[in-house]
Design a protein around this ligand. Structure first.
Ligand SMILES: Cc1ncc(C[n+]2csc(CCOP(=O)(O)OP(=O)(O)O)c2C)c(N)n1
Ligand SMILES: CC(=O)[C@@H](O)[C@H](O)COP(=O)(O)O
Ligand SMILES: [Mg+2]
Length: 626
């Protein structure tokens, strides 16, 4: 039996020697590579925090001490050490979540996978502990250098730095990368400490000589390590954290358990907020990840464990279409610039950057800044294309509303991963955008159904220079083009079915975005039952096309189908606009519930939420009275 399977909880961990922890770390790495290769997941980030997580659980006592992981994608090791070692169904229905989960363990607190929130969580918990006099309880927040580029993290630091009674340890997990190398002045500052020649020389000298000279040497080495301030004054600018009034310890070798334990113990003893700057390597110990220059295996699908090569073809067809079309647009429109929030590759902007490096901007994990800086660029004559995952635009809603729309700025938002994303769980499902953006005055939103309509929507969006435009599409492969057989004042008609003998009732089925395929299937099913049916697929759905309202009045029932919230989404808006126009045809909106949907496949979510053709058919028959 290896050590890992003996670790049923953190207490057992504390009985190990340092040498055993190093063996455990090796076992954990082997486990992660084998398990995540089979299921997909965040391999690189978790390989980078093996020793850190071991040391945290040996120095602190979770759950009495509270552990908060920013973004949470690097919590697999934490799960392994807190009694959860069945990764066979990681991120799948009824399997472990890919993020902390309160339902799974008392050791888990923050389930939100949106970055840069951990320090605010930690500040709140530490403040409450202080108010309750629980000064024996520490909060340990692990935040990556990427998440530290998010503005919310600095709002928290501003509050934490002034505190004296918060038992709060901020662990900056500095591996120099988000997906790609982390951008900006902060990364440079952190990097200064990592790479400054003088610091490295001093550190390696300390490692080589002092460690070999017994206890006095080790104490001297620790003192050297602890006297970072002196080194920083010599080889690097004064630490900004200390300038802010935040006790700083580090930088610490994030793969040396003993050094980590010394630093974390010092932080624990300090008695107030402390920042421990830990240097780690994303993908550590797995050569395909260590050699991967793109994103160090940040998030992988199923891969061959030996080679790291994908088992299945690329999962991201919609993204590839965008990646291709935006380059074509860029070639004919020199005013078009692209903005990403630390996700250049995942959103498909790498080809655009390759061809237009000076027109591509990675702002870090800073969606609010991305949006408002886009408003500035539009004011100054550019046409920005802000490409983000749909769920991450949530945090920049006010910037869309008050910086872009209020000023009628020609900014195009490209929302990838719209709708159910599945394996990333509740905070990653991109289901909020349609209901959220329908209240933005002047905003125009397209939900293309296939490659051709996506390309057309992108081309049309960048031609709008006096209002925000949005183009949203789902995660994964894009199906075949669904060819229109007719059109209704600009709304594509995908199918018309005449009523059967003795039947006069007609149903208007509105397929929104990729749900057009489901709409076609419903049309065929209703036609087989003898009902008349018109299946339409509007590409531009906000504002609601007037043709839909007009056509509603020519049918006995309207059914709208969207991979967004049924309450308050596009379908609900169709119902409102029809009512305002005096159209009395009932509108049945099919979509997702106003609920947080746990990790599951898109198919499972559809089955669980009556989004399948048989379910909707039953709804229609019920609504038509059989
Ligand atoms: C608001 C938000 N934007 C983007 C993302 C996508 N994302 C997930 S992890 C990650 C990189 C995080 O880098 P870092 O914090 O350094 O952690 P590491 O993976 O290096 O451990 C990004 C951009 C997110 N989760 N939340
Ligand atoms: C944690 C995070 O936000 C990203 O890493 C995300 O999990 C990637 O999602 P995709 O796999 O859909 O690109
Ligand atoms: Mg990082």
């Amino acid at each position: 039996m290896g050590l890992l399977e003996q670790i049923t909880g953190p207490a057992r961990l504390r009985t190990l020697t340092i040498a055993q922890t190093e063996q455990l770390a090796a076992e954990i790495r082997e486990f992660l590579v084998q398990a995540v290769s089979r299921t997909g997941g965040h391999l690189g980030p978790n390989l980078g925090v093996v020793e850190l997580t071991i040391a945290m659980h040996r120095v602190f006592s979770s759950p009495t001490d509270t552990f908060v992981f920013d973004t949470g994608h690097q919590s697999y090791v934490h799960k392994l050490l807190t009694g959860r070692q069945d990764f066979s169904r990681l991120r799948r229905h009824d399997g472990l979540s890919g993020y902390p989960s309160r339902a799974e363990s008392e050791h888990d607190v923050v389930e939100n996978s949106h970055a840069s929130t951990a320090l605010s969580w930690a500040d709140g918990i530490a403040k409450a502990n202080a108010l309750k006099g629980s000064l024996d309880r520490h909060v340990v927040a692990v935040i990556g250098d990427g998440a530290l580029t998010g503005g919310m993290a600095w709002e928290a630091i501003n509050n934490i730095a002034g505190s004296t009674d918060e038992r709060l340890v901020i662990v900056v997990n500095d591996n120099g990368r988000s997906y790609a190398p982390t951008i900006g002045g902060l990364a440079h500052h952190l990097d200064t400490l990592r790479t400054t020649r003088g610091y490295e020389q001093v550190l390696s000298w300390g490692k080589r000589t002092l460690k070999r000279s017994g206890l006095p040497g080790r104490v001297t080495y620790d003192a050297l390590h602890g006297l970072k301030k002196g080194i920083k004054d010599v080889v690097a600018p004064q630490g900004m954290f200390e300038d802010l009034g935040l006790k700083y310890i580090g930088p610490v070798d994030g793969h040396d358990v003993a050094a980590l334990e010394r630093s974390l113990s010092a932080a624990r003893a300090f008695g107030g907020p402390v920042l421990v700057h830990v240097m780690t390597e994303k993908g550590r110990g797995y050569s395909p990840a260590e050699q991967d220059v793109a994103d160090r295996f940040h998030a992988v699908g199923q891969i061959h464990p030996e080679t790291g090569l994908p088992v299945a073809p690329s999962r991201f067809g919609w993204t590839s279409v965008f990646a291709d079309e935006i380059v074509a647009i860029g070639r004919r429109r020199p005013d078009v610039v692209a903005i990403t929030a630390a996700m250049l590759n995942p959103v498909g902007l790498a080809p655009f950057q390759a061809e237009f490096p000076h027109r591509t901007f990675d702002v870090g994990i800073a969606e609010q800044h991305a949006v408002t800086s886009a408003a500035g660029m539009a004011f100054a004559g550019m046409h920005p294309v802000v490409a983000v995952y749909a769920t991450f635009l949530n945090r920049a809603f006010d910037q869309v509303l008050m910086d872009v729309a209020l000023h009628r700025a020609g900014v195009t938002f490209v929302l990838d991963r719209a709708g159910i994303t599945g394996d990333d769980g509740a905070s990653h499902n991109g289901v909020w955008d349609l209901a959220m953006l329908r209240i933005v005055p002047g905003l125009r939103l397209a939900a293309p159904r296939d490659e051709s309509t996506l390309r057309a929507a992108l081309r049309a969006a960048v031609d709008v220079d006096d209002a925000p435009t949005v183009v949203r599409y789902p995660k994964g492969s894009v199906g075949p083009d669904l060819v229109a057989v007719d059109e209704l004042d600009g709304v594509d008609v995908l199918a018309r079915h005449e009523p059967g003998d003795g039947e006069e009732r007609r149903v208007l089925v509105v397929g929104i975005g990729s749900m057009a395929q489901t709409a076609l299937g419903l049309g065929e099913k209703l036609a087989a039952l003898g009902l008349g049916c018109t299946v339409v697929s509007p590409t531009w759905v906000l504002p609601v096309p007037s043709a839909l309202v007009k056509s509603a009045g020519e049918h006995d029932l309207v059914v709208t189908i969207e991979d967004g919230l049924a309450d308050g989404g596009v379908g609900a808006l169709v119902r409102e606009r029809a009512a305002e126009a005096g159209v009395r045809t009932p509108v049945h909106t099919v979509g997702l519930p106003t609920a947080f949907l746990p990790h599951a496949s898109r198919e499972q979510v559809a089955e669980g939420n009556r989004l399948t053709v048989p379910d909707i058919t039953a709804d229609v028959l019920r609504l038509l009275g059989g």
